[in-house]
Every structure is written in structure tokens, then in C-alpha cells.
Design a protein around this ligand. Structure first.
Ligand SMILES: [Zn+2]
Length: 321
């Protein structure tokens, strides 16, 4: 087998590469800056010849963890290492997220998707495919994904008529929602706490498009709070932030409706930065592999996904580890 997932979640490709977990190999790849893909990073920085990631991920890891020493490899630029060729492709999950293609001397193509969002990425042809399985169960389908943006726009317009709106989510999703809001044409100030403000600037540096936004602690930001406005907070702030108006929580684990009300002033919006079950299956089909390995280390349903790939697509598949 030329690809596998080790017991500690490290995704091993070819002879020399370990992705998203430390292993005794010469080259470590970090697909993106989420903590379940940064396991053993300090050890890899000490022991591997190189730790590579996309340029945006290099900067994100620095901002979010204070860790330096990663080597940037731009998307689509192949790197030869020990007789193998490694190329990163955009994964459309969070800022900087990458898929990893390893081409062997014998021409075999091994692809690890990392976390990805199908409608924002391209499918890479592979002989062996290692795929994430976050929404690997056949019931985990967001039927409304095409209309989510429109429903979110209507909800925001309605709520903003009677108060400010506070949106809570993880960093990657906050940037995604900020980009989404750009298309809504809302004429209200958008305020960002300091760290989110820095991340938004980084997103713009790497080509994301946002509406105008202000630091919430600036003089202008404080004044803006007198009228209707939107603030984007990291999920962790929910416990201690006092808010008036409405609260929207972004959740990837909602499959029944684009949004629903959970309390008098609380709403949940079904925004995910992962592919749903249908999109995972579509990726496998279009990639055309002989063998699929589903990631059974991170959150998800890898056995169910492997079983559906075998049954519906007739492709050999197994969950690992
Ligand atoms: Zn992730």
C-alpha cells in the first residue's frame, strides 16, 4: 500500500511524506491551520528535514499558535523530494487549506484531500485517494446548500431592523461569512474584534473579497455600536460576551434547515466549510481512484463512507486507522 493513515492520525504518502501528524519521515505537510491537523508539529519541526504548507497557512499558524519555521509552498508549484513530486492544490475549506498530491517515480498518483469543500475546489485525479470523512454518513446532506446564502441574507435583513446582530463561529467560518455578506448589500457597519480583524486582513492579502469592516475597539467602531451593526466573534467568546440584539451561531452539524431559531434572540445557521456526504461521494467518483482510504482518526464517519463507496461506486475502500 503506498498510502495509509497511522494510529496517531498522520497521513502517510509514498516513501517520504507525512501529513497532518508527526511520523518518522523526512517531509511533513500541514494541510491547514486547524488543531486536529497540527498534531506533533513541534516534533516535526525538530525532526523532519522540512515542514511545508501553503503560504497563507504559514502565516495563519504563526498568528494562531505563535509557531514559525514552516516552509511555504505555493499552490500548483511542484516540489521534487527524494524522487517524489509533491504539489499542493487549494482545498476550499479555510484560508490556506490544501490538498496534497504526491506523484511517484512509477507514475502513481496519491492524493490526500485534507478537509475540503467541493464547490470551492477542483477534483484531482488519483490512483490512491485519502479523503476526509467529517460528513461521511449518508444522512449528512445539506439539501438547502444552494439557497443558504439567500436565506442568510433574508435573516440578517430582518433581524437588523430591530437590533444589532452578533455572529459566532470559528475563525475560518467567520472569514467565509464575511465574504458571503459582501454580496448582501447590507448598509450597516461590520465590526471585528482584534484577532478576527488581523485574520480578515490576511484573507484579503490572499485574495479573499470582503465588504468594508472596522476594528470593534476603534473609536469609529465604538460609535457604530449606537446604530444597527454586525459583529463577528470567535465561538469561544460566546461564554463571556454580553450582547444586546440577536445572536447567530454558525454550525456545520445542522442538516434539516438553512437556519432555525433556538431561543428568543438566538439563531443557528447551517454554514459548513466541509463537503457534505453527497459531495464526498462526488469527489471520489470524479477523482477515479482504484483505492480509497477514509480518515477514521478525525471527527466523522469513515466506516460508513468507505462502505458507501464500495457499495454505490464499486471502488475498493477502507477506513483507517
Ligand atoms: Zn479543518
Amino acid at each position: 500500500m503506498d498510502a495509509s493513515i497511522a494510529p496517531n492520525g498522520a497521513v502517510l504518502l509514498g516513501n517520504t511524506v507525512t501529513c497532518d501528524g508527526h511520523w518518522n519521515r523526512r517531509l511533513r505537510v500541514v494541510t491547514h491551520a486547524h488543531s486536529d491537523h497540527l498534531w506533533g508539529l513541534e516534533e516535526s519541526l525538530q525532526r523532519c528535514d522540512q515542514v511545508i504548507s501553503s503560504p497563507a497557512t504559514v502565516e495563519l499558524v504563526k498568528i494562531l499558535r505563535g509557531t514559525g519555521g514552516l516552509t511555504p509552498l505555493p499552490f500548483g508549484q511542484p516540489m521534487e523530494f527524494n524522487g517524489e513530486r509533491i504539489t499542493l492544490f487549494e482545498a476550499g475549506h479555510i484560508l490556506g487549506s490544501a490538498q496534497v498530491l504526491l506523484e511517484r517515480e512509477n507514475g502513481r498518483r496519491l492524493l490526500y484531500t485534507g478537509d475540503f469543500c467541493l464547490h470551492r475546489t477542483k477534483v484531482i485525479q488519483a490512483d490512491t485517494l485519502v479523503i476526509e470523512a467529517t460528513y461521511g454518513h449518508p444522512e449528512q446532506v445539506r439539501k438547502f446548500k444552494e439557497e443558504l446564502s439567500q436565506r442568510m441574507k433574508e435573516l440578517l435583513e430582518r433581524l437588523l431592523k430591530s437590533g444589532p446582530v452578533h455572529i459566532f463561529g470559528y475563525h475560518g467560518k467567520l472569514l467565509e461569512v464575511l465574504a458571503m455578506i459582501k454580496g448582501f448589500g447590507l448598509r450597516v457597519p461590520i465590526l471585528l474584534p482584534q484577532r478576527t480583524f488581523r485574520l480578515a486582513q490576511l484573507g484579503e492579502k490572499y485574495g479573499m473579497k470582503f465588504p468594508p469592516y472596522l476594528p470593534s475597539t476603534s473609536e469609529e467602531g465604538k460609535k457604530a455600536k449606537a446604530g444597527p451593526h454586525i459583529v463577528l466573534y470567535h465561538t469561544g467568546a460566546k461564554r463571556y460576551i454580553e450582547t444586546r440584539g440577536y445572536r447567530i451561531t454558525l454550525s456545520g452539524w445542522e442538516f434539516s434547515h438553512p437556519w432555525r431559531q433556538t431561543a428568543k434572540r438566538d439563531y443557528l445557521v447551517a454554514l459548513s466549510d466541509h463537503s457534505d456526504f453527497e459531495e464526498l461521494m462526488e469527489y471520489v467518483q470524479r477523482s477515479g481512484p482504484e483505492l480509497v482510504i477514509t480518515d477514521n482518526y478525525r471527527v466523522g464517519d469513515a466506516p460508513a463512507l468507505a462502505s458507501q463507496i464500495r457499495k454505490t461506486l464499486g471502488i475498493e475502500a477502507q477506513a483507517m486507522p
